[in-house]
Design a protein around this ligand. Structure first.
Ligand code: PCA
Length: 326
C-alpha cells in the first residue's frame, strides 16, 4: 500500500501544478449496478479520488444502475469511445472470448482468498486481451460467492425442471441448461420486476444482488452453493488512456489500486450483511442438500471441461498457475 500512496502523493503534487495550464475535462463512467451496491460505491469513491487528485483537471462522473448504458452495452461503449471509462461484468462478454469467463468456472475458486489467487494468475493475459480490444484495464473487484435462489424449496434438480432461471453470463446460462432449467438473460437493474412478474423464478447470484433487488418479495429460498466469484472490471478506452499525461495516468493508477483494495473489503462486508438480510426478510437460507450439491458438482465438471476446451492453452495456463499458487 505504501507504494500506492506514494504514487498518489506524487500525482497530487504534479497535477496540482498542471491545473494552472490544463483545461478541465469530464469523463462519464457508466456502471450497471445500483448506486448503493458496493461495486458502485467503490466506483464512486474511485471517481472522487481521481477528481480530487487531478485538482478537477479530470473529473469522473459515475452513472449507476445502467442509467447511461445497460450492462450489456458498456464494454462496446468504452471500446468505441462513446465514453472513455466504465465498469462491466466481463464474463458477460464470454461469447467474444472464453478467457473473459475464467472467473466463472464452477467450483474452481470459491472463496475470496482463492478469487484473489485466480485473479493474480489471469490478470496478465486478460489485460493483454483487453489491450488488443482498445481497452486499458484499471481495476477489478470480485462479487461475493454465488448461491442459488428459487421461488420454492429445492432438494434436487428434479424440483427445478423447466424453471425460468435468470442468467447474466455464459456460465449462469449453461448451468441452467445442464440443470434442465430455462435460462433468461436479465440485467440486474430489471431483476425485481422480472421476479415479480414471473419472467424469472430463480437465479445464481450473490447475497448482495438478492438484497439489492429485494428478492424476498418474490423468492423464498437461498442456497449457499459457492459456485464462483465473478468480477467487475473498470476499463478505459485505450486512446483516451494514451492521451493522458503521465502524471494523470499515475493518479488513475493510484486511485485504481486503492479502489481494488477497498472494493475487496467492501465485497466481504457487504456479503455478510446482505446474506443476513435475506434471512431477516423471511427467506430460508442455508447449504444445498447433499443430493443437490452432488448434481451441481457434476454439472461443474462438465462446464470446466467445456471451458478448458474453448479457452485452449491460454486458459489451461491460468488454471494451472492458479492451482500452483494454492
Ligand atoms: N451480482 C451480479 C453479478 C454477480 C452478482 O453477484 C448480477 O447478479 O448481475
Amino acid at each position: 500500500m505504501s507504494k500506492t500512496i506514494q504514487t498518489i502523493a506524487i500525482g497530487f503534487v504534479v497535477a496540482a501544478g498542471a491545473t494552472v495550464s490544463a483545461s478541465a475535462e469530464t469523463w462519464d463512467m457508466p456502471m450497471a449496478y445500483p448506486a448503493t451496491n458496493f461495486q458502485s460505491e467503490t466506483g464512486a469513491k474511485f471517481a472522487e479520488c481521481v477528481t480530487l487528485g487531478t485538482g478537477g483537471v479530470l473529473e469522473i462522473q459515475t452513472h449507476a444502475n445502467g442509467s447511461l448504458y445497460s450492462g450489456a452495452e458498456i464494454k462496446r461503449a468504452i471500446q468505441t469511445g462513446q465514453v472513455n471509462i466504465g465498469e462491466r461484468l466481463l464474463s458477460g462478454n464470454q461469447n467474444e472470448n472464453a478467457l473473459f469467463g475464467f472467473d466463472s468456472i464452477p467450483f474452481l475458486a470459491t472463496s475470496f482468498a482463492d478469487s484473489e489467487k485466480l485473479w493474480e494468475a489471469a490478470k496478465g493475459p486478460l489485460s493483454e486481451l483487453l489491450e488488443s480490444q482498445n481497452l486499458h484495464l484499471l481495476y477489478s473487484v470480485p462479487w461475493p460467492s454465488q448461491g442459488l435462489y428459487f421461488n420454492r424449496e429445492v432438494n434436487s434438480l428434479a424440483d427445478v425442471k423447466g424453471l425460468k432461471f435468470r442468467s447474466y453470463n455464459t456460465a449462469s446460462a449453461r448451468m441452467a441448461e445442464l440443470a434442465g432449467m430455462l435460462p433468461v438473460q436479465i440485467e440486474a437493474a430489471e431483476l425485481s420486476q422480472a421476479f415479480a412478474t414471473g419472467v424469472a423464478e430463480g437465479m445464481v447470484s450473490s447475497g448482495s444482488t438478492g438484497y439489492d433487488s429485494k428478492v424476498w418479495e418474490s423468492l423464498s429460498h437461498y442456497y449457499a452453493v459457492d459456485a464462483w466469484l465473478p468480477r467487475n472490471y473498470v476499463m478505459v478506452n485505450k486512446d483516451a488512456w494514451n492521451g493522458l499525461d503521465s502524471a494523470t495516468q499515475g493518479i488513475l493508477n493510484g486511485c485504481a489500486s486503492l479502489a481494488e483494495y477497498a472494493g475487496d473489503w467492501r465485497s466481504i462486508q457487504y456479503n455478510e450483511f446482505t446474506v443476513g438480510e435475506l434471512a431477516k426478510n423471511g427467506m430460508t437460507t442455508g447449504p444445498a442438500s447433499p443430493e443437490l450439491a452432488a448434481e451441481l458438482a457434476k454439472i461443474g465438471e462438465t462446464m470446466t471441461a467445456e471451458w478448458l476446451e474453448t479457452a485452449g492453452d491460454e486458459g489451461k495456463k491460468i488454471v494451472e498457475a492458479f492451482k500452483a499458487s494454492k
